[in-house]
Design a protein around this ligand. Sequence first.
Ligand SMILES: [Zn+2]
Length: 162
Amino acid sequence: MADPVRPAFRVDALPRPLLERVWASGRDAAGNRVEVMVNEKEGSAPLRCCLREAAAGERVALIAHRPFCRPGPYAEVGPVFIHAEPCAGYADGDRYPEPFRHRRQVFRAYDDTGRQVYERHTLVEGGEAETAIARILEDPRVAFIHSRNVLAGCYMFTICRA
Ligand SMILES: [Zn+2]
């Protein structure tokens, strides 16, 4: 059934070709050897391949990731968890990832050159994500949004117009 109020945005997890390269080579894009570990407790390893929390006992990998399509001074590299082995990935790109709904996040806004649009950065409770996304994307300068962890600043996923 069509949802007439569904917001017009897309959520992107880590790109599949990048994940395939990491799984095949055992190295991340920065050249680091992939660090594989068993997740000890749910909630401590948000997976950027599937956009859900790793369960206790799941094998996860910590890699360096640069979530930008072009280089530049704002194109930071940071640590993210992914599954240690090939997984199904994230299929619900037309909606906010429910498994991350409980997380308070920083939505960081960027323009199409990859520069930050500072006045659109927003601290967001998960339950108000769609409202915040709509408000940020009203600004025509904003090309995409990063959802990032509040204290650590780690990248979670990208949101852009559908
Ligand atoms: Zn995964």
